[in-house]
Design a protein around this ligand. Sequence first.
Ligand SMILES: CC(C)(COP(=O)(O)OP(=O)(O)OC[C@H]1O[C@@H](n2cnc3c(N)ncnc32)[C@H](O)[C@@H]1OP(=O)(O)O)[C@@H](O)C(=O)NCCC(=O)NCCS
Length: 206
Amino acid sequence: MNPDELYRSEPPVLERERVRLRPFRAEDAAPLFAIYSDRETTRYLARPALTHPSQAEAIVTRALAAYEDGSNLQLAIERTSDGVFLGMCLLFHFHKPSARAEIGYTLAREHWSQGYMREALHALVEHAFGTLALNRLEADIDPRNVPSARVLERLGFKPEGTLRERWIVSGETSDSLMYGLLRREWARASRADLPVRPAASPRCAR
Ligand SMILES: CC(C)(COP(=O)(O)OP(=O)(O)OC[C@H]1O[C@@H](n2cnc3c(N)ncnc32)[C@H](O)[C@@H]1OP(=O)(O)O)[C@@H](O)C(=O)NCCC(=O)NCCS
């Protein structure tokens, strides 16, 4: 299977002890709106809080379309015990010739600090380096977002530098602290038995 077919293939269901990552459904728009309209949750995100439920419906519509075109992979996170919608995570900014993508994630505030996101991202990272055969994952976080940095570092991501005043969101300027994780580091850390990466395509101009 070539990489393009891989990215466009059926979105996965990834099961862990306490969380399940699954494709979005239309009814996820309501809990997504509750999460993304909360100003404390969106404090360090790259877009302002949502103000209308139709914006969450548009997020779901775009996520479903992206399953078809392979441009990104957004998954809902639900609690395995009762199916409660906890949040979402995604792979985006795919650079296929470099086998690279960015990772993003948000959890509903009432479920913070219970280790749910670490469990969810462990599954997503394993999918990225395993099934999708990526070589590098990166994350762009606000340096003030300590819980986000903790989650990444517990997964083995390394801080790679600060890009100053990279974002202006709702009139507030903030830096980006970039994190990176390489497939070989993940393989070492998780001792995972990973499939062989597809042959590299020619490097394209940036
Ligand atoms: C960032 C976020 C996903 C973390 O999810 P979570 O499930 O609460 O994370 P976890 O419980 O796995 O771990 C959080 C870690 O941060 C620590 N932490 C939480 N709040 C903290 C604080 N204010 N100061 C320092 N550490 C803190 C926890 O103790 C834990 O550390 P540990 O693993 O060493 O015990 C969640 O807070 C969130 O959705 N925030 C809003 C959206 C967001 O900022 N997304 C990231 C964009 S880059």
